[in-house]
Write a protein that binds this ligand. Structure first.
Ligand SMILES: Nc1ncnc2c1ncn2[C@@H]1O[C@H](COP(=O)(O)OP(=O)(O)OP(=O)(O)O)[C@@H](O)[C@H]1O
Length: 644
């Protein structure tokens, strides 16, 4: 039975303006074109939004100041989604401009598999018959007891008194950080329930979009405190005070008390107290605070730290190098890690986009942790499903303050060399919050990576397919945004044609030939995942696409296909969305026209692409004959038959 904290997709349709941005070009072939969302809907996308909006338009340096002025005006005018300024990015190696990550939690005993496919008859998900209906606040005593028990043990694990504050000793020893994902999810679930229970019948909650009041975020950025930052340690010594964050709230169901009693979120507590006096946002003002405090909990911090403090964990400031950029984040190499810095919760536009909310960030963190659990190097028992094809999440930091000069300098170096399409980070205020995703270094993204030969192309395809197939099996994973900026490749120094990479799918241990190439999938902003107790997905109701040159565009076509497949029921399980991204990937490989490809290679790829159209999941694709000599089971026998 689904206890919904989310909403039907059509409720999230955004009204938007009607004009397209000025076309502009961007080198890079496939990612150089686009279409308006209205065109997508008109072309059979099904159930599309009637409104369209402008999202991308290349920012030129000289335009930036004008745009900033426009942005400032629109914010001052109270518009919090002014994504309609004519100057935005055009790059198609970016995510769509969209808003609305959702999570839905299920009560124990819910049978989640398979997800009901509503497309046969419905635009909206059916209402499960066994859904709990209540007219009063739910009894959360059980959850409270559970929480106290889990939290007590979890914090012991997550927050041991480190011998060496300010370093990452514990993480390095184990080579990874242990998170009790189920406890985190449970806590998030409880807080969502608690927030709504304080003001709304549960039945309403299930029927009501979980959209925190925009006002809460507006007022928030004005009110974030200038609390004194702590040292970069994860302040485990004081973590016990966080123990009561959620449970204390249950004693009297008062979110206000949760906040004021809790010392964990000094920078957010004032905000919330002030918000709680704002009668215009009585019931939802706690949502942002709760997400923020939970984000800190997951990051094992008692308060945000500065970006400089976070980065100092990995390298000296002068050694920070910018690696790449996306709509939401800037990626920097710091020591052996890559740190992606994503601003959130502020009111200023970043790169033409409304900033992510702490709730969205928290759910993305949970998604990363879920995928991390698939990794074979987690040190636990043999798993039913495992693979290393998703980027390793090493840590997360909540930061606050202006962009650090060392990052600005790295940003400017990259800009001089590559030409950034993002806003200059000087624009951030001293109150800006950021989440830093600390990840393994996955190498270069496919857009910038030159495959050497056909074997490398096959290696790329089989690894991506296998990773998607494993995650599909483990947690109904759909990436939903697997463009060439989101696949990283790393070539071994001494490539060996016999190199392999292991994975396990539904208990079957297998390996792929890599030809010395290792892929990592990144950026789960739009991804859908079902952990068994929660469903996290993104409402893919984009405000629009940029029409760069009006021509066919593989990436835009892929979003169109997803829209047709899901019929805007984005919470549903549609593993075919993974297949359409594989088709896109084959197109990219074909389009790159590597000089070493023979016409036979081309023919094989085209035939494979045709067959892909008939598959319903990445797992189906893995059984295709294209991969038969690239896959083997443990005994190194050709394994495609085993999968069929
Ligand atoms: N772990 C990593 N290792 C190496 N490079 C990375 C890593 N993470 C990100 N990058 C680089 O930074 C770029 C942007 O990262 P990412 O796609 O995660 O940002 P984003 O803001 O979420 O992008 P999008 O616009 O697709 O939403 C990538 O295309 C890649 O070049």
């Amino acid at each position: 039975m689904a206890c919904r904290a989310g909403s039907g997709p059509e409720r999230r349709t955004m009204p938007a303006p009607e004009k397209a941005p000025t076309p502009s070009d961007r080198p890079g072939g496939a990612s150089g074109g686009g279409v308006l969302w209205s065109e997508i809907a008109a072309s059979g996308g099904g159930g599309g939004a009637a409104h369209i909006g402008v999202v991308y338009g290349r920012r030129r340096a000289q335009e930036a100041s004008i745009r900033r002025a426009v942005d400032t005006r629109s914010i001052a005018a109270g518009e919090n989604r002014p994504s309609f300024a004519p100057s935005k990015r055009t790059s198609w190696n970016r995510s769509l401009s969209i808003r609305g990550r959702e999570s839905i939690f299920f009560v124990p005993g819910t049978n989640l598999q398979p997800q009901q496919n509503p497309c046969k008859a419905l635009k909206r998900p059916p209402k499960p018959g066994n859904r709990v209906k209540r007219t009063g606040p739910p009894d959360l005593r059980k959850e409270k007891a559970y929480f106290e028990e889990v939290d007590a043990s979890e914090l012991m694990e997550e927050s041991p008194s480190p011998k060496n504050f300010g370093t990452w000793a514990r993480g390095m020893e184990q080579n990874y950080i242990v998170h009790d994902l189920s406890a985190i999810l449970e806590r998030w679930k409880i807080s969502k329930h608690a927030i709504f229970a304080s003001s709304k019948p549960l039945f309403d909650i299930m029927e009501t979009p979980l959209v925190p009041s925009i006002h809460s975020y507006c007022s928030r950025s004005n009110n974030i405190l200038h609390n004194s930052y702590r040292t970069p340690e994860k302040d485990r010594g004081s973590a016990h005070s966080t123990r009561r964050t959620i449970p204390s709230g249950f004693t009297d169901n008062s979110l206000k008390n949760i906040v004021s009693e809790t010392s964990i979120v000094t920078s957010f507590s004032k905000l919330n107290t002030e918000e709680s006096n704002d009668t215009s946002i009585p019931s939802l003002s706690g949502e942002a605070m709760t997400a923020s405090s939970q984000l800190l909990l997951v990051c094992r911090q008692s308060a945000p730290i500065t970006l400089a403090e976070a980065f100092s964990t990995y390298c000296k400031p002068e050694n920070i190098v910018k690696l790449g950029e996306g709509t939401f984040g800037e990626a920097f190499r710091a020591g052996s890690t890559v740190c992606k810095v994503v601003p959130f919760d502020g009111t200023s536009l970043v790169n033409g986009e409304t900033q992510k909310k702490s709730e969205e960030v928290l759910e993305e963190v949970l998604l990363c942790l879920t995928l991390n659990n698939l990794r074979s190097d987690r040190g636990d028992n043999v798993k039913e499903n495992s693979c290393d094809g998703f980027i390793e999440a090493k840590d997360f930091w909540v930061c606050q303050g202006p962009y650090d000069p060392s990052l600005i300098s790295a940003w400017e170096d990259w800009d001089a060399e590559c030409g950034s399409e993002n806003d200059h980070p000087n624009d951030f205020s001293s109150e800006q919050c950021y989440i830093v995703f600390v990840q393994g270094d996955g190498g270069r993204d496919l857009e910038k990576f030159a495959l050497l030969d056909y074997n490398e192309a096959r290696s790329l395809l089989v690894q991506v397919t296998a990773s998607l197939a494993v995650a599909e099996s483990a947690c109904e994973f759909e990436h939903r945004d697997l463009h060439w900026g989101n696949i990283l490749l790393d070539r071994d120094e001494m490539p060996d044609k016999n190199q392999t990479r292991s994975f396990t799918i539904q208990g079957k241990r297998m390996c792929t030939r890599t030809f010395g190439l290792n892929i990592s999938i990144i950026d789960f902003t739009l991804s859908r995942i079902n952990t068994g107790t929660s469903l996290t997905f993104y409402m893919l109701n984009p405000l629009g696409y940029c029409n760069i040159n009006g021509s066919y565009n593989m990436q835009a076509e892929t979003y169109r296909k997803m829209k047709r497949i899901t019929k805007d029921y984005w919470e549903g399980s549609f593993p075919k969305t993974n297949v359409v991204w594989l088709v896109y990937l084959v197109d990219i490989v074909l389009q790159k026209r590597y000089s070493t490809f023979t016409s036979k290679d081309d023919r094989e790829l085209r035939a494979f692409k045709k067959r892909l159209a008939s598959y319903d999941s990445a797992r189906d694709c893995l059984a295709d004959s294209f991969f038969s000599d690239l896959l083997s089971d443990e005994d190194t026998q050709p394994s495609s038959l085993l999968l069929l």
